[in-house]
Design a protein around this ligand. Structure first.
Ligand code: COA
Length: 251
């Protein structure tokens, strides 16, 4: 197992922290596997009432590891880790709270569409450059973002790849609240503890009623995944990954 994901318990709250600061929390296959396991283990544990998903100061996540994408683009096997993580996320049985500071790219943005409460600092920018990378939206975002943000803001996010400041993300409904950096984790844990103090059966029914039909989200994750895997091997994607790898050499 990787040490790039730290799992801790604070009473009834499980925290899942991406911890790969030197790569701005780019997510590797091992990290997806560790996070999927944490979610399913936490869901199965009667003492856990909520999950909190965290990054490090300045970087929630820079998205999928582009080296891993490049490996697939060059003919390698992709593996199931991302898919298993997305299913665990979309089907999580316990409420999900997330806290983002700084960079939130790709799945570092779309993950929050599955969360019940997301806190972000003023310097956070949410961005999904899927199309610019020759790719397509993932994590069910092509279904969830139009439902959450409305079609036009969703197009700006997923189609144009516009950056959303924390304030814009809050106004658009992508996140719950903007809080200062020093208060971020306290706010997220306080929210998770408030959730944990609610009657769990009633809260579970209420939450289940409020979520998009899970089978539709799962079907969309699958449909997006088929396009995504094909796009990873496209010239558009290969060229974009190569440009990222070479950017420091040429700059
Ligand atoms: N995959 C792999 N490595 C990544 C990465 C990613 N998604 N994002 C950042 N890194 C690495 C960089 O290559 C760099 O490694 P190095 O120090 O060995 O050269 C390190 O993390 C720091 O990144 P750097 O680009 O120097 O930081 P920055 O603050 O200038 O920029 C980003 C941060 C996130 C804006 C920029 O790294 C970026 O655009 N990353 C790609 C994001 C992306 O397209 N993700 C996929 C979405 S589907």
């Amino acid at each position: 197992m990787t040490d790039h994901v730290l799992i801790e318990r604070r009473g009834p709250v499980q925290s899942i922290r991406m911890n790969r600061p030197d790569k701005k929390n780019a997510i590797t296959r091992d990290m997806y596997a560790a996070m999927a396991k944490a979610l399913t283990d936490g869901d199965a544990d009667g003492d856990i009432r909520a999950h909190v998903i965290l990054g490090v100061p300045g970087a929630f996540s820079s998205g999928n590891d582009l080296q891993d994408f490049m490996a697939v683009a060059m003919g390698g096997e992709g593996g199931r880790e991302v898919y298993d993580f997305l299913l665990a996320l979309a089907n999580a049985q316990k409420p999900l709270v997330s806290a983002a500071d700084g960079i939130a790219v790709g799945i570092g943005t779309t993950i929050h569409l599955h969360c019940d409460l997301t806190f972000a600092t003023p310097r956070t920018e949410f961005r999904t450059p899927f199309v610019d990378l020759g790719l397509v939206p993932e994590a069910g975002s092509s279904l969830l973002a139009p439902a959450v943000l409305g079609r036009q803001q969703a197009f700006a996010l997923l189609g144009l790849g516009e950056g959303f400041s924390a304030e814009r993300a809050r106004a658009a409904g992508l996140i719950y609240a903007v809080v200062e950096e020093d208060d971020l984790e306290d706010a997220a844990f306080a929210a998770a503890e408030a959730i944990a103090a609610k009657p769990p059966e009633a809260l579970k029914i209420a939450r289940d009623l409020m979520r998009e039909p899970r089978d539709q989200v799962t079907a969309r994750i699958k449909e997006e995944g088929a396009h995504f895997r094909a796009r990873l091997k496209s010239d558009e994607a290969r060229n974009a990954f190569t440009a990222f790898m070479n950017r420091k050499k040429s700059g």
